[in-house]
Write a protein that binds this ligand. Structure first.
Ligand SMILES: Nc1ncnc2c1ncn2[C@@H]1O[C@H](COP(=O)(O)OP(=O)(O)OP(=O)(O)O)[C@@H](O)[C@H]1O
Length: 699
């Protein structure tokens, strides 16, 4: 086993070589890094300094002991990362086997070069075993070909194993993100995205590429050092043993000068790099969030000519990422310049000393060449090990971020509770609900909210904007749970039902329905993959989606997120909800005004639902024409129900809050004082008498 300090010292020698020779990157020369192990260090070092692709989470500084403790995050994260490689055991073991083959060939190169130099410089050249030059060349050629093939195989196996790990990790991370409560993901969307894309790649690289490089570094260092020791005794045949000791002592002394600062530097640098990489990853997450937000709202950005504003916002985040990259670049250049310099000096001393031995005829040129080449190899290997250390630290940082998400229990759990039968019907009851948003603690949105909705009943919730109407739907769908009180369905607390089965009995029509890239049919059948075309068409018919039949490709028409009108989107959303044959329908009426035709078609669709006595309907309504259709209206004010009754009961009371609310809305919309009675009468009558403009297209 090699002494750690010895390895580190030799590692510095290699640093110098790389710095001194200014070797170009293999990729730039169109060559694979696997053909040129010396280049590996350069590349991995560059990779290690590429902060823009690094991980998150600033953890408080830990002592080395605590870092090694089994309880520490690093160790457990490392174990989890290693566990990821388990399914890839077979290819990874094969890769290790190939690594042994390629390294054996590769490590024989210095010895061969030395022998060849001695052979060509001798007066009576003799190949071992009496082989001819052609036979020797053929053997070498076969060996190099085998080595190259093994190296290629190793690289392929490692890369593919890494990619499979990344793919699995991404799937698991994505699934974990989808199961979190909406607030967690909505607040940190960019962060989830960067965990999905960048962190998973870094972890994948850590368990495969970095591990492969690390193994290779161990082989290079240990075999190289072994070869150096093998070559050293030969020197004693030229000089007495005391001289050999003297040689070794000088070598050891040289090492001792360089080892302590370099070792310390490697540890400090590795830890600093991990901390910086974590910060960088957080900054990249912020940057992604800004970009995602503005790109998904491109229409608004363009409508308000806010390119500059958005560009500047993004610029600020980029600057932050850049400043972290600068700190990382400074640290890595200082570290590698320092180790490179000390390595160069050490190597030059060795060369000078060995050269003087050659000039005195005490060792052969071939042996010195082999010795120096092995020194380079060992240095290269040790340098790779220090890069491996910092890369692993980065992998651990990224792993922590991913495992934080994978291990996170959503506040609202999806794996508990009993399944509710889709045919179950019963009273829906909100009992003394108290609610505030977790992100806005202390601001009560609902206070002592009490409401009962009978089976098949339709209730419209009305109230001022921001009064908490949509929050009632959020609680019903269990995006959030109340702070106090409970919602029961058929006498059972809805928290006792499994989340998935509970949501499957609710049809939702949000204010601004979201369509997904796909066809009209796939959008109606969203979340309901088993629906037949007949069922989809029936749901579309019930939701007054006649426009679909008028489209050239009908239900197979491809649509994007916003490629339909507001009214069409709303009707498609109604069809989507109806397809579920829900026990409960939560409809949030669009606040944006639809044109008269669309409004009529939407209301007509809602009417059909309300007539269905099998579906309980709780809808948030704004327009009189919709509100009037409900069997009961509840008026919400300051998070409480202040009034309840049928439409006619409420409008017939001169001092009703409902009348005041509607009058205020109408006056605000019309910009003048008008009488509520006339408008309400007109609106409802108008609705009932309005001809059906799309009925001709109706199938
Ligand atoms: N995710 C959220 N986090 C924090 N506060 C929120 C969140 N969503 C809504 N709120 C706040 O809760 C209150 C009630 O909002 P809610 O959307 O339920 O009102 P609303 O009556 O449906 O309004 P509108 O009629 O305008 O749609 C508002 O003050 C709103 O700012």
């Amino acid at each position: 086993m090699l002494g750690l300090s010895t390895r580190r010292v030799l590692g510095c020698r290699h640093q110098f070589l790389v710095g001194a020779l200014s070797i170009p990157r293999p990729a730039a020369a169109g060559l694979s890094r696997h053909h040129f192990p010396l280049f590996d260090t350069i590349r991995s070092r560059k990779y290690a300094t590429n902060s823009s692709e690094a991980p998150v989470e600033s953890k408080p500084r830990q002592s080395i002991l605590s870092r090694l403790s089994p309880k520490s995050g690093n160790v457990s994260s490392f174990r989890k990362i290693a566990a990821l490689a388990k399914p890839e055991k077979k290819p990874l073991l094969m890769a290790v086997g190939l690594l042994v083959v390629s390294s054996s060939v590769f490590m024989s190169v210095p010895m061969t070069v030395g022998k060849l130099i001695d052979f060509f410089s001798s007066t009576n050249p003799q190949f071992p075993l009496g082989l001819s030059i052609w036979q020797t060349s053929s053997i070498l050629l076969v060996a190099f070909t085998l080595g190259a093939a093994a190296n290629g195989g190793r690289a392929w196996l490692m890369r593919m194993a890494g990619q499979r790990i990344v793919a699995r990790l991404r799937e698991r991370t994505y699934a974990a993100a989808l199961k979190q409560e909406v607030e967690f993901v909505e607040k940190g969307e960019g962060d989830v995205l960067s965990r999905l894309s960048v962190d998973t790649s870094i972890v994948g690289e850590s368990v495969t590429q970095n591990l492969s490089d690390g193994l290779r570094a161990v082989v290079m260092s240990s075999v190289g050092l072994g070869a150096m020791f093998y070559l050293s005794p030969k020197l004693s045949t030229i000089r007495p043993r005391a001289y050999l000791l003297h040689t070794d002592l000088n070598l050891a002394m040289l090492m001792m000068v360089v080892v302590p600062p370099v070792s310390l530097g490697a540890v400090v640098y590795g830890r600093y790099l991990k901390k910086l990489a974590n910060q960088t990853q957080e900054a990249v997450g912020e940057m992604t969030k800004v970009a995602t937000e503005s790109l998904s709202a491109l229409r608004t950005v363009q409508a308000y000519n806010a390119y500059e504003q958005e560009r500047l916002k993004f610029h600020d985040r980029i600057e932050h990422v850049l400043s972290l990259a600068k700190r990382e670049a400074t640290a890595s250049s200082a570290f590698f310049a320092g180790t490179g310099w000390s390595g160069n000096v050490t190597f030059l001393c060795l060369l000078g000393y060995g050269g003087s031995l050659v000039s005195r005829g005490e060792i052969s040129v071939g042996d010195l060449t082999s010795l120096l080449l092995y020194t380079i190899y060992v240095g290269n290997g040790l340098s790779m090990l220090s890069t491996f250390f910092s890369s692993i630290m980065r992998g651990i940082g990224s792993g922590q971020r991913i495992f934080d998400l994978l291990d996170r229990d959503p506040v609202i759990r999806s794996d508990t509770g009993v399944a509710i039968s889709p045919d179950r019907r019963g009273l829906l009851k909100f009992e003394n609900i108290q609610f505030e948003y977790p992100s806005r603690k202390g601001v009560e949105v609902l206070k002592n909210f009490e409401l009962e909705v009978a089976v098949g009943e339709s209730v419209a919730i009305v109230g001022k904007s921001g009064g908490g109407k949509s929050s009632i739907h959020s609680l019903l769908l269990r995006y959030y749970d109340p702070v106090q009180g409970k919602i029961t369905f058929d006498g059972q607390d809805i928290r006792e039902f499994s989340l998935e089965s509970w949501r499957s009995v609710i049809g939702v029509v949000p204010q601004d329905p979201i369509l997904f890239t796909g066809t009209i049919a796939s959008n109606i059948a969203y979340g309901n993959t088993e629906a037949t075309r007949e069922q989809i068409e029936q749901a579309a018919r019930d939701a007054n989606c006649e426009f679909v039949w008028g489209m050239p490709q009908g239900f197979d028409t491809p649509i994007g997120r916003l490629s339909l009108s507001g009214g069409q989107r709303q009707r498609l959303a109604i069809a989507r909800a109806l397809l579920k044959k829900p026990a409960l329908l939560a409809l949030d009426e669009a606040t944006s005004s639809l044109d008269a035709t669309s409004e009529h078609r939407v209301n007509d669709a809602i009417d059909k639902i309300l007539r269905n006595r099998n579906t309980t309907c709780l809808f948030v309504a704004h327009r009189l024409s919709t509100i009037a259709r409900a069997e009961r209206i509840v008026v919400l004010e300051d998070g409480r129900i202040v009034e309840t009754g049928t439409y006619y009961q409420l409008v017939s009371r001169a001092d009703s809050r409902f009348r005041a609310l509607m009058a205020a809305q109408l006056n605000a919309a019309a910009g003048e004082r008008i009488t509520l009675d006339s408008v309400m009468k007109d609106e409802v009558i108008e609705e009932e008498e309005k001809p059906d403009p799309e009925s001709e297209a109706k199938p």
